[in-house]
Write a protein that binds this ligand. Sequence first.
Ligand code: FAD
Ligand code: NAG
Ligand code: NAG
Ligand code: NAG
Ligand code: NAG
Ligand code: NAG
Ligand code: NAG
Length: 543
Amino acid sequence: MGSLSIISTIFLLSISLSACHANYQTFLQCVCNQTSGHIEILQHIHPPTSPTYTYLLRNATQNPRFDSTAERPFLIVAPKEETEIRPVILCSKKLGHQIRVKSGGHDYEGLSFRSETPFIMIDLSNFKEIFIYLEEETAWIQSGVKLGQLYYEIAKKSKTHAFAGGLYPTVGSGGQISGGGLGTLMRKYGLAADNVLDARIMDVSGRILDRETMGEDLFWAIRGGGGASFGVILAWKLKLVRVPENVTAFSFRRKLEPGNLNLLQKWQNTAHNISEDLFIRILVQNILKDAPGNEKIVKVTYNGLFLGPADELVSVLNESFPEFGLETEDCFKEPVGNSSCSDPPCIKKECFQVPWINSVLFFCGKKTDQPVEILLEKNVNTNFYKATSDFLKSPIPDEGWKMIHKMMLSDDRPIMIIDPLGGQMDEIGENETPFAHRKGNLFNIQYMTNWAVNSENEAGRHIKWIRNLHKEMEPYVARSPRTAYINYKDLDLGKNDKYCSYNQAKVWGEKYFKGNFERLARVKGKVDPSNFFRNEQSIPVLL
Ligand SMILES: Cc1cc2nc3c(=O)[nH]c(=O)nc-3n(C[C@H](O)[C@H](O)[C@H](O)COP(=O)(O)OP(=O)(O)OC[C@H]3O[C@@H](n4cnc5c(N)ncnc54)[C@H](O)[C@@H]3O)c2cc1C
Ligand SMILES: *[C@@H]1O[C@H](CO)[C@@H](O)[C@H](O)[C@H]1NC(C)=O
Ligand SMILES: *[C@@H]1O[C@H](CO)[C@@H](O)[C@H](O)[C@H]1NC(C)=O
Ligand SMILES: *[C@@H]1O[C@H](CO)[C@@H](O)[C@H](O)[C@H]1NC(C)=O
Ligand SMILES: *[C@@H]1O[C@H](CO)[C@@H](O)[C@H](O)[C@H]1NC(C)=O
Ligand SMILES: *[C@@H]1O[C@H](CO)[C@@H](O)[C@H](O)[C@H]1NC(C)=O
Ligand SMILES: *[C@@H]1O[C@H](CO)[C@@H](O)[C@H](O)[C@H]1NC(C)=O
């Protein structure tokens, strides 16, 4: 092994001499020094001239709006072993390079794979081991594991266990869990971050710490404060949660009629305060009516998960939402309606009694009877988008919905996703984790606009639209401060100045974390006082 590695090292070094950035050679030399002979790592370092660089970067860029040559990493390191990250941190620190850590690559502002300053990307796509311990209802997963893979592996072992994370299979556990992670099980079990029992992290001096050795402050910070500010999270120990052998996933669609908002108002008054076994979110979008004139209308889709069989759901809904007219047989036959919308009343009704893993398919837009292996697919997102968020402490009044109706008609492919909180989310204290949007918050709203052609004009038009909607929503959302969710990252809320000063960062920091922002900054001051782990919205140092 020794001589082979040395030959390949010499080979790599000689390629670099001719082709690459001067940074590259110095960095390789430093890594060689640091690893004292364990040079397999050099094969996991990819300069821009290597074909593997292009391939890795393309897969990392889940947000193609930020695919700019000027902002690319000057090296990608895709480690296979935890210990390979150590020299990357130490040498980056020594040579003054920034690093960015990429798990699923879905950051809304592309902060895991782009930067205005030269940087090295640590790509965790090889960190995908999962160990499930059913007897103790826990799992250890590496931080490059994607949610789809986690859900798939749990379901392979047990039909009655799940993890309370987000809905989308290609999202990474490194980013999502460290930012909170809201999903269909949160009303019963809380966020993904609320179900973390332990973690392994590499700190700025290259030490690997677990819950015991990192201490409760840092362990607190990485469960909702965003991972990128504190170190490289290597693995999570998760608490699995129990689900019944069959759950029921359902969907109802209605036209949004500004003159008749009764059902929407009822949902707003109820969804956060019904049984914890029932989760009903809404999606607000526009659609072309398939009737003469092809008029654009706004549709509201109520998507739900009930942790129980269809006949129980039917009696629960018969009490709380008789408007949907759900009957047990609806859950065992072909759906009513289709993707087109005739007016009136633009109705669609679907219901499926299925094992939990098939409900995961439903919530990421697949069919419940598709093979669950599609949760393992690694598709690269080619959609351009911009998003932002709010939390709501009271229902949106009719005049707010009239404004939303108008706004949703004035953009091409907008969407608002409104998730009900309440239940277990109210039981967890505002300071227990950095995610401060607990009791008193009824809903989270995600606003998003999508476009297909990445011209500056197109982007500009849609970004202007979403900023405008954000402004128009102000009277209806949580205030003092107006809040937001870090996993729907939005640099419009503010950015670090070049000194990463605390007072500047407070502007966006208190939106994401309210009173927890200061504690996050103090933890940062303790574990990374030189502010090595940083980006446009990383936690600043407070000593
Ligand atoms: C289609 C889609 C659906 C979504 N659905 C949901 C949902 O249902 N619920 C929800 O809560 N959110 C959802 N999100 C938001 C998602 O949780 C965030 O975008 C999340 O940050 C993505 O994590 P990632 O690992 O894929 O991204 P990345 O871009 O890899 O990482 C995001 C951030 O975390 C940092 N980071 C990643 N891994 C590590 C690590 N191991 N150590 C230290 N820092 C790290 C990165 O540097 C970056 O700053 C969705 C996003 C998309 C695009
Ligand atoms: C590597 O080690 C050698 C010998 O100790 C030293 O001269 C050199 O500066 C080091 N290079 C880097 C980039 O750290
Ligand atoms: C689960 O649902 C399937 C299909 O609807 C049904 O055949 C099965 O009996 C159900 N299992 C339980 C435990 O209810
Ligand atoms: C939730 O419902 C209960 C009764 O079921 C009621 O007492 C309580 O006030 C409601 N809470 C909210 C926040 O609406
Ligand atoms: C719904 O409730 C009504 C009256 O409360 C009752 O008559 C009807 O049988 C119920 N339907 C179902 C499917 O439970
Ligand atoms: C959808 O349903 C409507 C009415 O039931 C029907 O006229 C239309 O052809 C269907 N469209 C598709 C794409 O199946
Ligand atoms: C990149 O994505 C493609 C599919 O889009 C997949 O086949 C390939 O394995 C991925 N590569 C890595 C390194 O994840």
